[in-house]
Write a protein that binds this ligand. Structure first.
Ligand code: TRP
Ligand code: SF4
Length: 348
């Protein structure tokens, strides 16, 4: 690591390893991470343990899902020369810090986390009454604090987890920080993502089955666009429409250039263009965005070994950074193995 990277603020973020990523993951997070790489010292983790908190019953796809996420990251431009890219479960110190945090985290803090309550109510096909699921945000706090990250780029749904991370850091520092704070109180950096509709007009989400994947080939992208819902008021070709209430209009706003946007605005409102034509322009913009990513991905698909090598090297760097923090943690808690003479102890 060069001197300049040492001076940059540390960033950590992660994604649960749930397989191939979609456009919502890109505009909601990945695109932002790619840009942050030049300004911060970034750590990006494939959170496979977090995936297990809900999908613990069948682990047959865990490894494959982690690889798929990593390939999409490399394709989108996360760069192992700039950032530390690694797999959570291969940095076991996260689990050690999670355990120590679990000692000092009041149950009430966890039961109050909004995502916990929501998911317990909404997800009925899995038993989420587990110890691990309740501890999800404690593990996330360990992920962040083990790198002493100060900045955590996340979407709105994660803000409560970062708040909890700050509370855990504060509590740890107040118990054990007699010789100075061990942990910073990290800030969430909200990704100001425009709402990205899926093909059915609802928010793009894997659980709705309305996604466009970063790996979808051109023909699939075009097909998905063809069946995408539009302004419901525009029934016939001769009816004027309104791009502001049309999911395809939303895609144009995010991905199309000014000139296309103008054509859409004018043409839709005057019934001068048809939805088929309008959708083909949106598909053009998506294909243009995805094509270079898919080209970059090819090299790894043909030779997955390359990706594992990068992940292995990243994981080694992460382990090193995590070990440094764990030394501080053990020291602060008076649990370091180093022998201290009674005289040295008295002098403190
Ligand atoms: N909980 C995050 C999500 O579902 C994923 C995640 C795991 C994470 N560890 C993290 C995000 C640490 C930020 C920092 O999106
Ligand atoms: Fe939507 Fe385009 Fe059709 Fe207008 S022309 S309703 S923006 S798809």
């Amino acid at each position: 690591m060069t001197a300049s990277t040492k001076l940059r603020k540390r960033v950590l973020s992660g994604m649960r390893s749930t397989g191939k990523l979609h456009l919502g993951n890109y505009v909601g997070a990945l695109d932002n991470w790619v840009r942050m790489q030049d300004e911060y010292q970034c750590f990006f983790e494939v959170a496979d343990w977090h995936a297990l908190t809900t999908d613990y019953a069948d682990t047959s796809r865990v490894k494959e899902n982690s690889l798929e996420v990593a390939l999409d990251w490399f394709a989108a431009g996360l760069d192992p020369e700039k950032s530390v890219i690694f797999i959570q479960s291969h940095v076991p110190a996260h689990a050690e810090l999670h355990l120590l945090f679990s000692m000092i985290t009041p149950l009430g803090w966890l039961e109050r986390v909004p995502t916990y309550k929501e998911q317990r109510e909404n997800i009925k096909d899995k038993d989420l009454g587990t110890y691990g699921f309740l501890g999800y945000p404690v593990l996330q706090s360990a992920d962040i604090l083990i790198y002493k990250a100060e900045v955590v780029p996340v979407g709105e749904d994660q803000v409560a987890h970062i708040e909890l991370t700050r509370e855990i850091a504060r509590r740890f520092n107040s118990f054990y920080g007699q010789r100075g704070d061990v942990f910073p109180e990290p800030q969430s950096l909200l990704t100001l993502a425009p709402k990205l509709p899926g093909t059915d007009g609802r928010k793009m989400s894997k659980s709705y089955g309305n996604t466009i994947l970063l790996t979808d080939p051109e023909a699939v992208v075009r097909q998905k666009l063809k069946t995408m819902v539009t302004d419901p008021a525009r029934v016939r070709r001769s009816d004027p429409g309104n791009p502001d209430v049309c999911p395809v209009g939303d895609l144009h706003k995010i991905f199309s250039d000014r000139a296309t946007m103008d054509k859409v605005n004018v043409g839709c409102r005057s019934a001068g263009i048809g939805c088929i034509e309008c959708k083909s322009w949106a598909a053009d913009a998506l294909v243009q965005l995805l094509h270079p990513m898919q080209e970059r991905r090819k090299k790894f698909e043909e030779n997955p070994r390359l990706a594992w090598d990068i992940l292995e090297a990243g994981t080694a760097r992460a382990r090193q950074a995590a070990a440094e923090t764990m030394d501080d943690v053990r020291e602060a808690m008076g649990m370091s193995l180093a022998y201290e003479s009674p005289a040295a102890k008295g002098a403190k």
